[in-house]
Design a binder for this molecule. Structure first.
Ligand SMILES: Nc1ncnc2c1ncn2[C@@H]1O[C@H](COP(=O)(O)OP(=O)(O)OP(=O)(O)O)[C@@H](O)[C@H]1O
Ligand SMILES: [Mg+2]
Length: 269
């Protein structure tokens, strides 16, 4: 199996990078070979994982043919996962990166670099711009991260429309793996209200059963530059990301089963 999954959201700061890093770590430890790609020029994942102190080379160097795959793919020292940073994006690189996002070369690069991994998680920048479009065109699935704040109710339909648009055209393989709620704090009444409205708004079964709670350990983990699940006291968070890993796999297998069921009677030739 080789699946590329984009971790995305229209709204910024909802926990995409946190999800990509912690879920990638969990999938790598308990699933199969996992690559986490930082597709954000902010370098959020590379900073949050300490990758930037290991190498500043990344996707942008590969796209410019300054580096080959072996130079930019960095395996974690505990063997859990491999990480790929964006690299240093100079102001003059932005236009080239945007062009690569639209002309298909970024899609081809992501697919090429993702070969040999069971799962590739792409940490997308916020929004629905070129880089996000390219990530979705390169992907088999998308996990939409959402926080329980009112603006999400407004922005989510536009993002789901983009996913549908790409799946109906350029990338028929693309599916919505699910909507993952993050920064959840059930003690806040407004969150409960938004949650209720979200459930009514999104397609049935789209929400992951597991949610990522609001937890100050995620911010502490950014300072330590490790996945939060590795911090002292991070066992409960590790269990939650393992639950999400299991749920994602269940969803993949359920889809495979329904495809088999619609294949009709078996035929070898
Ligand atoms: N569940 C959580 N509980 C508490 N803080 C969190 C949680 N998830 C993320 N954070 C913190 O919120 C901030 C934003 O998180 P993160 O960078 O993961 O969001 P993002 O969606 O990737 O943002 P951007 O859109 O800028 O890429 C970070 O400081 C992070 O440590
Ligand atoms: Mg981010």
């Amino acid at each position: 199996m080789n699946r590329i999954i984009t971790i995305a959201s229209q709204k910024g700061g909802v926990g995409k990078t946190t999800t990509a890093l912690n879920l990638g770590y969990s999938m790598g430890r308990f699933g199969g070979r996992t690559l986490v790609v930082d597709l954000d020029p902010q370098n959020g994942m590379a900073i949050a994982s300490n990758l930037r102190n290991y190498t500043r080379l990344g996707l942008v160097d590969y796209m410019k043919r300054r580096s080959v795959a072996e130079e930019i793919l960095a395996e974690a020292r505990d063997g859990s996962m491999t990480a790929l940073g964006m690299g240093d994006v100079a102001p003059e690189d932005i236009r080239q990166l945007e062009a690569a996002a639209w002309d298909g070369s970024l899609v081809a690069a992501l697919r090429e670099l993702g070969k040999g991994y069971h799962h590739v998680l792409i940490d997308a920048p916020a929004g629905i711009g070129g880089l996000v479009n390219a990530a979705l065109r390169a992907s088999d699935g998308v996990v939409l991260v959402a926080s329980c704040c009112p603006i999400v109710l407004q922005s989510m339909p536009a993002f789901l429309k983009l996913v549908q648009h790409i799946a109906a055209g350029e990338n028929p393989a693309l599916v919505l793996d699910g909507i993952l709620l993050s920064m959840v704090d059930r003690s806040i009444p407004a969150q409960e209200r938004v949650y209720g409205e979200l459930v009514a708004q999104v397609p049935e079964g789209a929400l992951f059963r597991s949610v990522i709670p609001f937890d100050a350990k995620f911010q502490a983990a950014c300072l330590e530059a490790v996945p939060a699940v590795l911090l002292p006291g991070g066992e409960e968070l590790a269990r939650i990301f393992l639950d999400i890993t299991v749920e994602l796999r269940e969803r993949e297998l359920a889809r495979a089963r329904s495809v088999m069921a619609s294949d009709g009677p078996p035929r070898l030739f």
